[in-house]
Design a binder for this molecule. Structure first.
Ligand SMILES: [Fe+2]
Length: 326
């Protein structure tokens, strides 16, 4: 691994996606996911999940599934450093005009494209609202704050070009990675095990967005609701081996997935060493209903091997207290 670049980016701040099914998105985002619809027009709808004025924007004015991904930095100085590193690397950086910052509800914002053309925005001074968050269904809330809105996972046919950009220029830190049967790279920018990941595929786009609930029951009750809709679930309830998230995945109206999770792992960033994993993505569950039988069998075989070996997350509070793991 290359020497670490400075970590000026602090969390996943906001995401905007394109759709031609705006009304369906609103029903899905509020009724199943539990977001709060805060603003809607004929072409765009925005949603809240905490004290920020908006976290997710869905727009009919962009054809791609990802319109932009917003990364938060803690200060104008940090924003300058990110801009300088992009500029030094020969990447065009643009300062957003005041009107665009207003649309994002942030004080300052710069933007660029990653090597695959995804629009990335970097911002500081987000606007906070005193209006209480009113979830679209009766959930306890989302785990955000210093951990950001969750994690975003990109599909890419070009992992070799994207990893150096995110790791060496932006300073994202590798959490872990797998090289086979497909490349998977996970990155952290705060204590959340990963705020960003990429999966090697033959197409590009957004693979999924993960939102973390404060209660496991929020996830379970959403899972019950999702099962009422034919074809809504893309991965069944399961638990991941690297970030320990208990979650299920649903198809969004845009085609990518939202992972609804609880219990994600927090890491000690100073002590963390990036490492390769080869045990498969899930301790149990996460049956990928969108894959072929052959592909599903491969994942199932890895889970059954973990089950045979008794592999599980270290989730015993007593064990945590004596080992210091989190
Ligand atoms: Fe995920």
């Amino acid at each position: 691994m290359a020497d670490r670049a400075p970590l000026d980016i602090s969390s996943l701040g906001y995401v905007a996606v394109g759709t031609d099914r705006l009304a369906e998105w609103t029903d899905y985002a509020t009724g199943l996911i539990g977001l709060q619809r805060v603003d809607g027009s004929r072409v765009q709808t925005a949603f809240r999940m905490d004290d920020r004025k908006q976290r997710l924007v869905v727009s009919t004015e962009v054809s791609d599934d990802i319109a932009f991904i917003g990364w938060e930095v803690p200060s104008p100085d940090a924003l300058e450093r990110v801009a300088a590193r992009l500029d030094d690397a020969g990447i065009a950086v643009h300062a957003a005009p005041r009107a665009v910052c207003g649309q994002r509800f942030v004080g300052r914002m710069i933007w660029c494209h990653d090597p695959e053309g995804n629009r990335l925005e970097f911002f500081c001074e987000p606007e906070i609202t005193d209006d209480p968050f009113v979830p679209g269904r009766a959930i306890s809330g989302f785990k955000t704050g210093p951990f950001g809105m969750g994690h975003a996972v990109l599909k890419t046919p070009n992992v070799e070009a994207l990893v150096p950009f995110y790791r060496d220029i932006l300073g994202f830190r590798v959490s872990d990675y797998a090289l086979s049967p497909i490349p998977l790279f996970f990155f952290h920018v705060n204590e959340r095990h990963h705020s960003f990941a990429m999966v090697g595929t033959d197409v590009r786009g957004l693979h999924h967005l993960m939102l973390e609930y404060c209660s496991l029951d929020d996830v379970g009750q959403g899972y019950d609701l999702a099962q009422l809709e034919e074809g809504r679930i893309s991965q069944t309830l399961g638990r991941h081996t690297n970030d320990y998230m208990t979650s299920y995945y649903t198809h969004t109206p845009s085609g990518f997935f939202i992972e609804s999770g609880h219990g994600g792992r927090l890491i000690d960033m100073d002590a963390w060493e990036p490492h390769e994993t080869d045990c498969g993505p899930s301790f149990w569950g996460h049956e990928r209903l969108y894959l072929t039988d052959e592909q599903r069998d491969a994942f199932r075989d890895m889970r059954l091997a973990l089950a045979r070996d008794g592999k599980r997350a270290p989730d015993c509070p007593w064990l945590r207290s004596v080992t210091g793991s989190r």
